[in-house]
Design a protein around this ligand. Structure first.
Ligand SMILES: Nc1ncnc2c1ncn2[C@@H]1O[C@H](COP(=O)(O)OP(=O)(O)OP(=O)(O)O)[C@@H](O)[C@H]1O
Ligand SMILES: [Mg+2]
Length: 275
C-alpha cells in the first residue's frame, strides 16, 4: 500500500459550531465533538439526515465560517490560510450572471494566470464533459437549474483544486445525467491527486463514488461511523448490482435509518430507490 496515500490532508478535531441568533437570544448547536480526518487524494462522502450539519461542516472547512471551538486544518495549516487550495460546488452556488457559460468556466483559470487560448480550450474540454459545449455562449439566466449546476461543476473541475468540496452537486439533475456525471467525476478524479469531500443524500451515489463514507448523526452533528468502500476501481454501472455493493448499501442504510428514526420528519433518501 502506498503510504503517501494515507497522509491526512484535512483534520477536524473536536469541532463545535453554535449558531447564535442575536435577535431572539437563542443558540443552536449544530456540530459537537465533530472529528474527521480526510486522507490525501481520497474520495470521501458525508451521508446524514437533513439538518445534521453537513453543509455547515463544509462551510467551516471552506474557511467561510469559523468554528465555535475545536480545530480544523488543511496540510497542518488553518483553513483560513489555504483558500486557494479549495474548489467548491455548493447548493445553489452562484455563477457570474454577467459572464457567458464559457467565461464562467474560465474564471478559475484566469486566477491561475492561464493564457487566453489555453483557457478557451480547457473551458471547452470541461463544457464538453458536462454536455454543455453548445451552450458556451449562453448566459446563466438562459439555462435551467440543472444546466447551471453543471456549469458550476465544470468551473470547479477546470480550476483543478487540491481539495474539491461538493455539496449535493448532482441533487438537481435527472437520474440519467446524474449517473453520467458521477462516472465523469470519477474519471477526472482518478487521473488527479484531488481530495474530494462530497455531500449527498443518496446512499448509492456515496458508495459508488467513495473510498470511505462518513455517516453523520444528529443532535448535534457528529461523525457516527465511517464505512470503508473496498470496491475495485475503475468503477462502472454494473458495480451497482454486485453483491459487495448491495451489502455496503444495506450497511449504510441501517446506520442511517437509526439516525432518521430519531427525528420526526424523514427526508428523502434517493439512494433507497434501488434497494
Ligand atoms: N445561518 C444559520 N443560522 C442559524 N441556524 C442555521 C444556520 N444555517 C444552518 N442552520 C441550522 O443548522 C442546522 C444544520 O444545517 P445544515 O445546512 O448544515 O444541514 P445539512 O446537513 O446540510 O442539511 P441538508 O441535508 O438539508 O442540506 C439546521 O438545523 C439549520 O437550521
Ligand atoms: Mg446541506
Amino acid at each position: 500500500m502506498n503510504t503517501a496515500a494515507l497522509r491526512e490532508k484535512i483534520v477536524a478535531h473536536d469541532l463545535s459550531l453554535t449558531y447564535v441568533n442575536a435577535q431572539t437570544d437563542t443558540r443552536h448547536t449544530v456540530l459537537k465533538r465533530f472529528d474527521l480526518a480526510v486522507r490525501e487524494g481520497e474520495f470521501l462522502s458525508l451521508l446524514g439526515p437533513s439538518g445534521c450539519g453537513k453543509s455547515t461542516f463544509l462551510n467551516v472547512l471552506a474557511g467561510l465560517m469559523p468554528p465555535t471551538s475545536g480545530d480544523i486544518r488543511v496540510d497542518g495549516a488553518p483553513v483560513s490560510t489555504v483558500r486557494q487550495k479549495l474548489g467548491f460546488v455548493f447548493q445553489g452556488y452562484a455563477l457570474f450572471p454577467w459572464r457567458t457559460v464559457r467565461r464562467n468556466v474560465e474564471a478559475g483559470l484566469e486566477i491561475r494566470g492561464m493564457k487566453a487560448a489555453a483557457r478557451r480550450s480547457e473551458a471547452e474540454r470541461f463544457l464538453r464533459l458536462v454536455g454543455l459545449l453548445d451552450f458556451a455562449d449562453h448566459y446563466p439566466h438562459q439555462l435551467s437549474g440543472g444546466m447551471r449546476q453543471r456549469v458550476a461543476i465544470a468551473r470547479a473541475l477546470a480550476y483543478g483544486p487540491e481539495i474539491l468540496l461538493m455539496d449535493e452537486p448532482f441533487g438537481a439533475l435527472d437520474a440519467q445525467t446524474r449517473e453520467l456525471l458521477q462516472q465523469e467525476l470519477l474519471a477526472i478524479w482518478e487521473h488527479s491527486a484531488t481530495t474530494v469531500v462530497f455531500v449527498t443524500h443518496s446512499i448509492d451515489e456515496a458508495i459508488f463514488l467513495s473510498d470511505r463514507v462518513a455517516i453523520l448523526g444528529r443532535g448535534p452533528g457528529r461523525v457516527k461511523e465511517i464505512i470503508d468502500v473496498d470496491l475495485p476501481r475503475p468503477r462502472d454501472a454494473a458495480l451497482r448490482h454486485s453483491p459487495a455493493f448491495v451489502a455496503l448499501r444495506q450497511r449504510a442504510w441501517e446506520s442511517l435509518s437509526a439516525e432518521l428514526d430519531a427525528q420526526p420528519q424523514t427526508p428523502a433518501l434517493s439512494g433507497a430507490q434501488h434497494g
